[in-house]
Design a protein around this ligand. Structure first.
Ligand code: ACO
Length: 342
Protein backbone atom coordinates (compact mmCIF):
# COMPACT_ATOMS: atom_id res chain seq x y z
CA UNK A 1 0.00 0.00 0.00
CA UNK A 2 1.54 3.38 -0.98
CA UNK A 3 1.83 6.30 1.42
CA UNK A 4 0.07 9.58 0.59
CA UNK A 5 2.18 12.72 0.93
CA UNK A 6 1.71 16.37 0.00
CA UNK A 7 3.88 16.76 -3.09
CA UNK A 8 3.09 20.41 -3.83
CA UNK A 9 1.34 23.42 -2.33
CA UNK A 10 0.18 26.75 -3.72
CA UNK A 11 -2.00 29.67 -2.75
CA UNK A 12 -3.50 32.79 -4.19
CA UNK A 13 -5.24 35.75 -2.56
CA UNK A 14 -6.86 38.58 -4.51
CA UNK A 15 -4.81 41.81 -4.56
CA UNK A 16 -7.37 44.13 -2.93
CA UNK A 17 -6.49 44.65 0.75
CA UNK A 18 -9.34 45.78 3.03
CA UNK A 19 -8.13 46.95 6.42
CA UNK A 20 -10.26 47.32 9.53
CA UNK A 21 -10.14 51.07 9.00
CA UNK A 22 -11.43 50.53 5.43
CA UNK A 23 -14.52 48.80 6.87
CA UNK A 24 -15.27 52.07 8.68
CA UNK A 25 -14.17 54.44 5.92
CA UNK A 26 -15.43 52.66 2.78
CA UNK A 27 -18.48 50.83 4.12
CA UNK A 28 -19.55 53.09 7.00
CA UNK A 29 -19.54 50.21 9.50
CA UNK A 30 -19.63 51.28 13.15
CA UNK A 31 -16.54 49.34 14.25
CA UNK A 32 -12.87 50.03 14.98
CA UNK A 33 -9.44 48.54 14.33
CA UNK A 34 -8.96 48.15 18.10
CA UNK A 35 -12.27 46.23 18.59
CA UNK A 36 -11.57 43.76 15.79
CA UNK A 37 -7.89 43.19 16.64
CA UNK A 38 -8.58 42.70 20.34
CA UNK A 39 -11.28 40.07 19.79
CA UNK A 40 -10.05 38.30 16.66
CA UNK A 41 -6.47 39.32 15.79
CA UNK A 42 -7.61 40.35 12.29
CA UNK A 43 -5.98 43.48 10.84
CA UNK A 44 -6.91 43.12 7.17
CA UNK A 45 -8.50 40.75 4.69
CA UNK A 46 -8.59 40.41 0.87
CA UNK A 47 -11.70 40.96 -1.24
CA UNK A 48 -12.05 39.62 -4.79
CA UNK A 49 -13.46 41.88 -7.50
CA UNK A 50 -16.93 41.39 -8.96
CA UNK A 51 -16.82 38.64 -11.59
CA UNK A 52 -14.27 36.52 -9.71
CA UNK A 53 -15.46 33.21 -8.23
CA UNK A 54 -13.80 30.56 -6.03
CA UNK A 55 -12.58 28.55 -9.03
CA UNK A 56 -10.92 31.71 -10.44
CA UNK A 57 -8.99 32.18 -7.19
CA UNK A 58 -8.20 28.46 -7.15
CA UNK A 59 -6.68 28.41 -10.65
CA UNK A 60 -3.37 30.26 -9.90
CA UNK A 61 -3.09 28.38 -6.59
CA UNK A 62 -3.56 25.08 -8.43
CA UNK A 63 -1.00 25.99 -11.11
CA UNK A 64 1.55 26.89 -8.44
CA UNK A 65 0.93 23.65 -6.54
CA UNK A 66 1.35 21.59 -9.74
CA UNK A 67 4.61 23.44 -10.49
CA UNK A 68 5.91 22.95 -6.93
CA UNK A 69 5.07 19.24 -7.11
CA UNK A 70 7.08 18.96 -10.32
CA UNK A 71 3.99 17.66 -12.09
CA UNK A 72 2.07 18.52 -15.22
CA UNK A 73 -1.64 19.31 -15.02
CA UNK A 74 -2.28 16.12 -17.02
CA UNK A 75 -0.89 14.13 -14.05
CA UNK A 76 -3.77 15.15 -11.78
CA UNK A 77 -6.21 12.24 -11.36
CA UNK A 78 -8.96 14.02 -9.43
CA UNK A 79 -10.01 17.40 -8.03
CA UNK A 80 -11.56 17.73 -4.57
CA UNK A 81 -12.92 21.25 -4.20
CA UNK A 82 -13.77 22.40 -0.67
CA UNK A 83 -15.80 25.59 -0.32
CA UNK A 84 -18.81 27.07 1.47
CA UNK A 85 -19.10 29.84 -1.13
CA UNK A 86 -19.67 27.99 -4.41
CA UNK A 87 -20.34 30.07 -7.50
CA UNK A 88 -23.74 28.42 -8.01
CA UNK A 89 -26.05 26.27 -5.90
CA UNK A 90 -25.06 23.59 -8.40
CA UNK A 91 -22.90 22.38 -10.02
CA UNK A 92 -19.95 22.85 -7.71
CA UNK A 93 -16.72 24.72 -8.41
CA UNK A 94 -14.75 21.48 -8.88
CA UNK A 95 -15.97 21.07 -12.45
CA UNK A 96 -15.33 24.78 -13.11
CA UNK A 97 -11.71 24.41 -12.00
CA UNK A 98 -11.35 21.26 -14.10
CA UNK A 99 -12.42 23.26 -17.16
CA UNK A 100 -10.17 26.24 -16.29
CA UNK A 101 -7.20 23.92 -15.90
CA UNK A 102 -7.81 22.81 -19.47
CA UNK A 103 -8.67 19.28 -18.39
CA UNK A 104 -11.65 19.04 -20.77
CA UNK A 105 -9.57 19.56 -23.89
CA UNK A 106 -9.03 16.81 -26.44
CA UNK A 107 -6.42 14.30 -25.40
CA UNK A 108 -7.06 14.70 -21.66
CA UNK A 109 -8.89 12.28 -19.45
CA UNK A 110 -12.14 13.59 -18.01
CA UNK A 111 -10.94 13.43 -14.43
CA UNK A 112 -13.54 13.34 -11.63
CA UNK A 113 -14.32 16.48 -9.63
CA UNK A 114 -15.82 16.20 -6.15
CA UNK A 115 -17.13 19.13 -4.12
CA UNK A 116 -16.99 19.09 -0.33
CA UNK A 117 -19.27 21.37 1.70
CA UNK A 118 -17.78 21.15 5.17
CA UNK A 119 -17.03 24.81 5.72
CA UNK A 120 -14.02 25.53 7.95
CA UNK A 121 -13.24 21.80 8.25
CA UNK A 122 -13.70 21.26 4.51
CA UNK A 123 -10.01 21.06 3.67
CA UNK A 124 -9.33 18.39 6.29
CA UNK A 125 -12.35 16.37 5.10
CA UNK A 126 -10.95 16.74 1.56
CA UNK A 127 -7.40 15.84 2.59
CA UNK A 128 -8.66 12.72 4.39
CA UNK A 129 -10.70 11.65 1.35
CA UNK A 130 -7.72 12.21 -0.97
CA UNK A 131 -5.41 10.31 1.39
CA UNK A 132 -7.76 7.31 1.51
CA UNK A 133 -8.03 7.25 -2.29
CA UNK A 134 -4.27 7.51 -2.83
CA UNK A 135 -3.45 4.92 -0.14
CA UNK A 136 -5.95 2.51 -1.69
CA UNK A 137 -3.86 2.59 -4.86
CA UNK A 138 -6.81 3.84 -6.94
CA UNK A 139 -5.30 7.26 -7.74
CA UNK A 140 -1.77 8.74 -7.82
CA UNK A 141 -2.26 12.51 -7.61
CA UNK A 142 -5.34 14.14 -6.06
CA UNK A 143 -5.64 17.93 -5.96
CA UNK A 144 -7.31 19.22 -2.78
CA UNK A 145 -8.54 22.80 -3.06
CA UNK A 146 -9.86 25.17 -0.40
CA UNK A 147 -11.20 28.36 -1.98
CA UNK A 148 -13.67 30.99 -0.84
CA UNK A 149 -15.21 34.23 -2.06
CA UNK A 150 -16.87 35.54 1.08
CA UNK A 151 -16.92 39.22 0.18
CA UNK A 152 -19.96 38.84 -2.09
CA UNK A 153 -22.09 37.46 0.72
CA UNK A 154 -21.14 39.60 3.71
CA UNK A 155 -23.53 42.07 5.31
CA UNK A 156 -21.12 44.99 5.07
CA UNK A 157 -23.23 47.25 7.29
CA UNK A 158 -23.23 47.86 11.04
CA UNK A 159 -26.07 45.30 11.32
CA UNK A 160 -23.77 42.55 10.06
CA UNK A 161 -20.50 43.67 11.64
CA UNK A 162 -20.09 40.72 14.05
CA UNK A 163 -19.79 38.29 11.13
CA UNK A 164 -18.65 40.48 8.24
CA UNK A 165 -15.51 41.77 9.98
CA UNK A 166 -14.20 38.18 10.26
CA UNK A 167 -14.10 36.85 6.71
CA UNK A 168 -11.87 37.25 3.65
CA UNK A 169 -11.32 35.70 0.21
CA UNK A 170 -8.53 33.36 -0.88
CA UNK A 171 -7.51 29.94 -2.17
CA UNK A 172 -5.01 27.26 -1.19
CA UNK A 173 -4.17 23.96 -2.88
CA UNK A 174 -2.34 20.82 -1.76
CA UNK A 175 -1.60 17.92 -4.07
CA UNK A 176 -1.77 14.52 -2.40
CA UNK A 177 0.48 12.03 -4.19
CA UNK A 178 1.37 8.37 -3.87
CA UNK A 179 4.87 7.49 -2.64
CA UNK A 180 6.77 4.41 -1.53
CA UNK A 181 8.80 6.62 0.85
CA UNK A 182 8.13 6.45 4.59
CA UNK A 183 6.37 9.82 4.84
CA UNK A 184 3.05 11.57 4.30
CA UNK A 185 -0.37 11.82 5.98
CA UNK A 186 -0.02 9.43 8.93
CA UNK A 187 -3.53 9.65 10.26
CA UNK A 188 -6.58 11.84 10.43
CA UNK A 189 -9.56 12.09 12.74
CA UNK A 190 -12.83 13.76 11.75
CA UNK A 191 -16.01 14.53 13.70
CA UNK A 192 -19.36 16.30 13.50
CA UNK A 193 -22.24 17.28 15.78
CA UNK A 194 -25.35 18.11 13.76
CA UNK A 195 -27.25 19.35 16.81
CA UNK A 196 -25.51 22.68 16.20
CA UNK A 197 -26.28 22.99 12.48
CA UNK A 198 -28.24 26.22 12.98
CA UNK A 199 -25.70 27.91 15.26
CA UNK A 200 -23.47 28.97 12.38
CA UNK A 201 -25.16 28.90 8.99
CA UNK A 202 -26.10 30.81 5.88
CA UNK A 203 -29.60 29.78 4.86
CA UNK A 204 -30.42 31.81 1.71
CA UNK A 205 -33.27 29.38 1.01
CA UNK A 206 -35.21 26.63 2.75
CA UNK A 207 -35.93 23.58 0.59
CA UNK A 208 -38.76 22.56 2.95
CA UNK A 209 -40.77 25.62 1.89
CA UNK A 210 -42.90 25.98 -1.28
CA UNK A 211 -41.33 27.58 -3.21
CA UNK A 212 -37.93 27.31 -1.56
CA UNK A 213 -37.42 31.10 -1.85
CA UNK A 214 -40.52 33.24 -1.10
CA UNK A 215 -41.88 35.12 -4.12
CA UNK A 216 -43.72 38.42 -4.33
CA UNK A 217 -46.93 38.86 -6.36
CA UNK A 218 -44.84 39.22 -9.55
CA UNK A 219 -43.05 35.94 -8.98
CA UNK A 220 -39.80 37.66 -7.99
CA UNK A 221 -37.83 35.81 -5.30
CA UNK A 222 -37.43 37.67 -2.01
CA UNK A 223 -34.61 36.81 0.40
CA UNK A 224 -34.70 38.56 3.76
CA UNK A 225 -31.33 39.82 5.12
CA UNK A 226 -31.41 37.32 7.98
CA UNK A 227 -31.61 34.53 5.37
CA UNK A 228 -29.18 36.09 2.91
CA UNK A 229 -26.17 36.50 5.22
CA UNK A 230 -24.39 34.16 7.62
CA UNK A 231 -25.84 33.87 11.12
CA UNK A 232 -23.64 32.99 14.07
CA UNK A 233 -23.82 32.60 17.83
CA UNK A 234 -20.22 33.75 18.24
CA UNK A 235 -19.81 32.90 21.91
CA UNK A 236 -21.11 29.34 21.47
CA UNK A 237 -18.86 28.84 18.44
CA UNK A 238 -15.89 30.15 20.45
CA UNK A 239 -16.49 27.71 23.33
CA UNK A 240 -17.06 24.64 21.13
CA UNK A 241 -14.13 25.50 18.85
CA UNK A 242 -11.70 25.39 21.77
CA UNK A 243 -13.11 22.16 23.24
CA UNK A 244 -13.27 20.32 19.93
CA UNK A 245 -9.88 21.43 18.61
CA UNK A 246 -8.15 20.35 21.83
CA UNK A 247 -9.96 16.99 21.82
CA UNK A 248 -9.46 16.15 18.14
CA UNK A 249 -5.77 17.07 18.22
CA UNK A 250 -5.18 14.93 21.31
CA UNK A 251 -7.14 12.04 19.77
CA UNK A 252 -5.17 12.18 16.51
CA UNK A 253 -1.88 12.19 18.43
CA UNK A 254 -3.01 9.33 20.66
CA UNK A 255 -4.09 7.27 17.63
CA UNK A 256 -0.71 7.96 15.97
CA UNK A 257 1.17 7.02 19.13
CA UNK A 258 2.89 10.40 19.41
CA UNK A 259 2.86 13.27 21.89
CA UNK A 260 2.38 16.98 21.22
CA UNK A 261 6.11 17.47 21.81
CA UNK A 262 6.78 15.30 18.74
CA UNK A 263 4.96 17.81 16.49
CA UNK A 264 7.18 20.44 14.82
CA UNK A 265 4.49 22.71 13.35
CA UNK A 266 0.84 23.32 14.24
CA UNK A 267 -1.47 24.71 11.54
CA UNK A 268 -4.73 25.73 13.17
CA UNK A 269 -7.77 26.81 11.17
CA UNK A 270 -7.71 30.62 11.15
CA UNK A 271 -11.13 31.52 12.59
CA UNK A 272 -9.96 33.70 15.40
CA UNK A 273 -6.47 34.25 16.78
CA UNK A 274 -7.84 34.17 20.33
CA UNK A 275 -9.32 30.69 19.83
CA UNK A 276 -5.94 29.41 18.65
CA UNK A 277 -4.09 31.14 21.49
CA UNK A 278 -6.47 29.54 23.99
CA UNK A 279 -5.88 26.09 22.50
CA UNK A 280 -2.12 26.65 22.41
CA UNK A 281 -2.07 27.87 26.02
CA UNK A 282 -4.14 24.91 27.23
CA UNK A 283 -1.84 22.43 25.48
CA UNK A 284 1.36 24.37 26.22
CA UNK A 285 2.21 24.65 22.51
CA UNK A 286 5.01 27.19 22.06
CA UNK A 287 4.22 30.13 19.75
CA UNK A 288 7.25 29.39 17.56
CA UNK A 289 5.70 26.03 16.62
CA UNK A 290 2.56 27.69 15.21
CA UNK A 291 1.87 29.64 12.02
CA UNK A 292 -0.92 32.20 11.57
CA UNK A 293 -2.09 34.42 8.75
CA UNK A 294 -5.48 35.56 10.05
CA UNK A 295 -3.93 38.96 10.78
CA UNK A 296 -3.46 39.55 7.02
CA UNK A 297 -6.20 37.42 5.42
CA UNK A 298 -9.02 37.10 7.98
CA UNK A 299 -10.96 33.84 8.07
CA UNK A 300 -10.89 32.23 4.62
CA UNK A 301 -12.70 29.11 5.97
CA UNK A 302 -11.80 26.07 3.79
CA UNK A 303 -8.76 27.92 2.44
CA UNK A 304 -7.04 28.77 5.74
CA UNK A 305 -5.04 25.57 6.23
CA UNK A 306 -3.89 25.04 2.60
CA UNK A 307 -2.83 28.71 2.46
CA UNK A 308 -0.92 28.29 5.74
CA UNK A 309 0.84 25.17 4.44
CA UNK A 310 1.78 26.87 1.16
CA UNK A 311 3.05 30.02 2.92
CA UNK A 312 5.01 27.99 5.47
CA UNK A 313 6.60 25.91 2.72
CA UNK A 314 7.40 28.99 0.62
CA UNK A 315 9.04 30.78 3.56
CA UNK A 316 11.11 27.73 4.51
CA UNK A 317 9.39 27.33 7.88
CA UNK A 318 7.99 23.98 6.72
CA UNK A 319 10.62 21.52 5.51
CA UNK A 320 10.75 17.83 4.54
CA UNK A 321 11.08 15.62 7.61
CA UNK A 322 8.97 17.82 9.85
CA UNK A 323 5.90 16.50 11.63
CA UNK A 324 2.89 18.77 11.00
CA UNK A 325 -0.48 18.87 12.76
CA UNK A 326 -3.46 20.51 11.03
CA UNK A 327 -6.54 21.19 13.14
CA UNK A 328 -9.93 22.69 12.20
CA UNK A 329 -13.38 23.40 13.59
CA UNK A 330 -16.36 25.04 11.96
CA UNK A 331 -19.98 25.19 10.94
CA UNK A 332 -21.95 21.99 11.26
CA UNK A 333 -20.43 21.69 13.80
CA UNK A 334 -17.64 19.77 12.08
CA UNK A 335 -14.01 19.33 13.05
CA UNK A 336 -10.88 17.41 12.18
CA UNK A 337 -7.15 16.92 12.65
CA UNK A 338 -4.49 15.44 10.38
CA UNK A 339 -0.89 14.49 11.21
CA UNK A 340 1.57 14.67 8.35
CA UNK A 341 5.24 13.70 8.08
CA UNK A 342 6.26 16.32 5.51
N1 ACO B 1 -17.20 46.10 15.92
C1 ACO B 1 -17.71 46.72 16.99
N2 ACO B 1 -18.62 46.17 17.79
C2 ACO B 1 -19.05 44.94 17.50
C3 ACO B 1 -18.56 44.23 16.39
C4 ACO B 1 -17.61 44.85 15.57
N3 ACO B 1 -17.07 44.26 14.48
N4 ACO B 1 -19.16 43.01 16.35
C5 ACO B 1 -19.99 42.97 17.39
N5 ACO B 1 -19.95 44.13 18.09
C6 ACO B 1 -20.70 44.51 19.27
C7 ACO B 1 -22.02 43.79 19.33
O1 ACO B 1 -22.98 44.44 18.55
C8 ACO B 1 -22.32 43.88 20.80
O2 ACO B 1 -22.83 45.16 21.08
P1 ACO B 1 -23.99 45.36 22.19
O3 ACO B 1 -23.38 44.87 23.47
O4 ACO B 1 -24.22 46.82 22.13
O5 ACO B 1 -25.13 44.51 21.72
C9 ACO B 1 -20.94 43.76 21.44
O6 ACO B 1 -20.00 44.08 20.42
C10 ACO B 1 -20.65 42.37 21.96
O7 ACO B 1 -21.03 41.43 20.97
P2 ACO B 1 -20.69 39.91 21.07
O8 ACO B 1 -21.19 39.20 19.85
O9 ACO B 1 -21.16 39.40 22.40
O10 ACO B 1 -19.13 40.01 21.03
P3 ACO B 1 -18.05 38.95 21.44
O11 ACO B 1 -17.21 39.49 22.50
O12 ACO B 1 -18.64 37.59 21.61
O13 ACO B 1 -17.16 38.91 20.11
C11 ACO B 1 -16.84 37.51 18.21
C12 ACO B 1 -17.75 38.52 18.87
C13 ACO B 1 -15.51 38.17 17.89
C14 ACO B 1 -17.48 37.05 16.89
C15 ACO B 1 -16.64 36.34 19.17
O14 ACO B 1 -17.87 35.85 19.65
C16 ACO B 1 -15.91 35.22 18.52
O15 ACO B 1 -14.75 35.34 18.20
N6 ACO B 1 -16.56 34.07 18.34
C17 ACO B 1 -15.96 32.96 17.64
C18 ACO B 1 -16.64 32.83 16.38
C19 ACO B 1 -15.73 32.79 15.22
O16 ACO B 1 -14.55 32.95 15.26
N7 ACO B 1 -16.36 32.56 14.10
C20 ACO B 1 -15.67 32.48 12.88
C21 ACO B 1 -16.39 31.59 11.96
S1 ACO B 1 -16.55 30.00 12.55
C22 ACO B 1 -15.17 29.26 12.31
O17 ACO B 1 -14.49 29.52 11.37
C23 ACO B 1 -14.85 28.28 13.31
Amino acid sequence: MPNAYISGTGYYVPPRVVTNDDLVKDYGIDTSHEWIVKRTGIEARRYAEKGVGPSDLALPAAEKAIENAGLDKSDIDMIIFCTLSPTYAFPGDGVMLQEKLGRCEDGHRFIPALDIRNQCSGFLYGLSTATAMVKSGALKHVMVVGAEVHSAALDLTTRGRTVSSLFGDGAGVSIVSATEEDRGVRNWHLGADGRFADVLCQRVWDMRERPFIPQDENGVGQVKPEMMFAEMNGRLVFKHAIERMVAVLMTACWEAGITLEDVDLFCFHQANLRINQYVSDMLKIPAEKTVHNIQRFGNTTAATIPILLAEAEESGKLKPGMKVACIAFGSGFTWGAALIDW
